[in-house]
Design a protein around this ligand. Structure first.
Ligand code: C5P
Length: 292
């Protein structure tokens, strides 16, 4: 079985509060994009075998893909095993949900391969056990609003035309945990400060996207996690301004970073910007992708 495992970006990410369980309550707008990995699944007599082309990700039980297969086997007493081959293109620790998407793809793939007949609802609940971003990929939609820790989802109708993006990943990554820790540290230093002193909300942004009102989109795109970064913020800001210089009508860091995306009016404009950005800094990984 050959499967496509797409990435996501967060067009909007507002952190509302810190919860007693250590997670943060948030409001986000997910967009699924055409950049993705390929996953091959094959039933074997028992166990889980994972093989990948990427040197910087584990191929043991710490990989979310492994955890997805293990969860299905244990929870439903599945005796069969699986050999998984993961061909990575989505950068790691990049705010693009690569690991989460891979886990969701394996959950859905094994549900078919092993003829488990699990409902979407059951798959969504299993996905939330694996990670906060995994349910979005199980929902099978281009856009969704996420609340709670990101797992309470509402499907959103896409705009008429797909959006084109140019994505730039600097040579460093940022782990999700680290990004949220930066935010907590900042709050301890100045506890009176509101988490996001912004009036923008996700519904306002959504309305503007669906109407194609680029001026408003520009003002409403926001990411609470951007400002709490340490010295890496300088690189993020540099990429943001280069994307604008190359014609993006807006640019923002995705999720917990480190990828920055720019939105463009056409594929041609995104491709032209990507070509120049690759030359500006050879350590940046540059991609173009559309809504998917
Ligand atoms: O859910 P997931 O395992 O992907 O989250 C990784 C880490 O990111 C968590 O351990 C937590 O520190 C942080 N996080 C958070 N609030 C969220 C999502 C993630 O604090 N809504």
């Amino acid at each position: 079985m050959k499967l496509f495992s797409p990435a996501k970006i967060n067009l909007f990410l507002k952190i509302l509060s810190r919860r007693a369980d250590g997670y943060h309550e948030l409001e986000t707008l997910f967009e699924r994009i055409s950049l993705g990995d390929t996953i091959f699944l094959k039933t074997i007599p028992s166990g889980i075998r994972l093989q990948t082309n990427a040197r910087n990700i584990p191929s043991d039980s710490s990989n979310l893909v492994w955890q997805a297969a293990d969860l299905l086997q244990k929870r439903y007493g599945v005796k069969k095993g699986v050999a998984i081959r993961l061909v990575k293109r989505i950068p790691v620790a990049a705010g693009l949900g690569g690991g989460s998407s891979n886990a969701a793809t394996v959950l859905m793939g094994l549900n078919r391969l092993w003829k488990m007949k699990l409902s979407r609802k059951e798959l969504l609940s299993l996905a939330a056990e694996i990670g906060s971003d995994v349910p979005f990929f199980v929902l099978d939609t281009s856009f969704a609003i996420g609340k709670g820790r990101g797992e309470i989802l509402k499907k959103i109708n896409p705009p008429k035309a797909p959006i084109w993006h140019c994505l730039v990943k600097p040579p460093f990554g940022i782990s999700t945990k680290e990004a949220y820790q930066g935010l907590s540290k900042h709050l301890k230093a100045s506890p009176k400060q509101k988490l996001t002193p912004l009036r923008a909300n996700v519904n306002m942004l959504l309305h503007s996207i669906q109407k194609g009102d680029q001026e408003r989109v520009k003002r409403l795109l926001t990411n609470s996690l951007e400002v709490y970064l340490d010295k890496r913020l300088t690189s993020i800001l540099k990429i943001k301004s280069e994307l604008i210089r190359q014609g993006a009508f807006v640019s923002l860091m995705s999720g917990s970073g480190s990828t920055v995306f720019g939105l463009f009016r056409s594929k041609l404009e995104a491709a032209r910007a990507a070509k120049i950005l690759k030359k500006i800094n050879k350590t940046w990984k540059v991609f173009i992708a559309s809504t998917w």
